[in-house]
Design a protein around this ligand. Structure first.
Ligand code: SAM
Ligand code: CA
Length: 235
């Protein structure tokens, strides 16, 4: 039953349809710097972790609609979503970018510099939780951010949520990535054999259930990329 090939075909689980969408509307309009970063990532270990470019397009539009200026990114890797965010916020916008892996960030850094947006990025080489806790020690950070993108260790998503909900403004957005985990959230438990993937599936299901009953937010679990849970802070 375990079919890992489908993981790379996006949540549609159709290579042809995913290819059609990417080739028709995403790649032709993808900024050159993002394309170059994506190509440089293609030969890097675990390259498939980069944000799906079609989901990236949606994120770019949401950032613009929101007029997002101050954002938080948890899980940078080589920086596809980070560069995309930097390209979609104003010149005086700021992104707090958190990842314990600086080496991966440095793969994308030349393209971030070439795009002229490095000044918008404040990268901290660290797991995200202690940095979020530090931000929360200063009350001026409460409700001070417009947007957050979470694409890191799945078992911590609820811990991130409890902190981000205080940092994000009312009306602001938090997006959680990979919440459909290759579609496996709807598979029977015994269908997954790999214990690590089984655990992430359980984490995703627990997070999806918890967030669905959080009345502080409006949510849309969008079937794009690998599942994008878009949350708007309602109050
Ligand atoms: N958003 C990235 C992109 O568009 O290329 C992909 C992120 S990748 C799926 C997950 C990243 O989360 C990895 O780079 C990993 O080092 C990072 N990560 C793992 N644990 C973390 C933690 N506790 N805090 C922050 N980042 C973490
Ligand atoms: Ca992801």
């Amino acid at each position: 039953m375990e079919n890992l090939a489908s993981k790379y075909d996006g949540i549609l689980q159709s290579g042809n349809l995913t290819k059609y969408i990417l080739e028709t509307s995403v790649y032709p309009r993808e900024p050159e710097s993002l394309k170059e970063l994506r190509n440089a990532t293609a030969s890097y270990p675990m390259h498939f972790m980069g944000t799906h470019p079609d989901a990236g397009k949606l994120m770019g539009i949401l950032l613009k609609l929101l007029n997002a200026k101050k954002t938080i990114e948890i899980g940078v890797f080589t920086g596809y979503s980070l560069l995309l965010t930097a390209l979609n916020i104003p010149d005086d916008g700021k992104i707090i970018a958190l990842d314990p892996d600086r080496k991966a960030y440095e793969v994308g850094l030349p393209f971030i510099k070439k795009a002229g947006v490095e000044h918008k990025i404040d990268f901290t080489e660290s797991p995200a939780l202690p940095v979020l806790d530090k931000l929360l020690e200063d009350p001026s950070n409460d409700e001070n951010f417009d947007f957050a993108f979470v694409d890191a260790d799945k078992h911590n998503y609820w811990n991130y949520h409890e902190r981000l909900i205080k940092l994000i403004k009312i009306g602001g957005l938090i997006i959680y990535d990979n919440t459909l985990w290759g579609g496996t959230v709807a598979w029977p438990e015994e269908a997954l054999l790999d214990p690590r993937r089984k655990k992430v599936r359980q984490d995703a299901i627990a997070f999806n259930n918890a967030i669905a009953s959080d009345t502080r937010i409006e949510i849309c679990l969008a079937s794009i990329g690998d599942g994008f849970t878009i949350c708007r802070r309602a109050h």
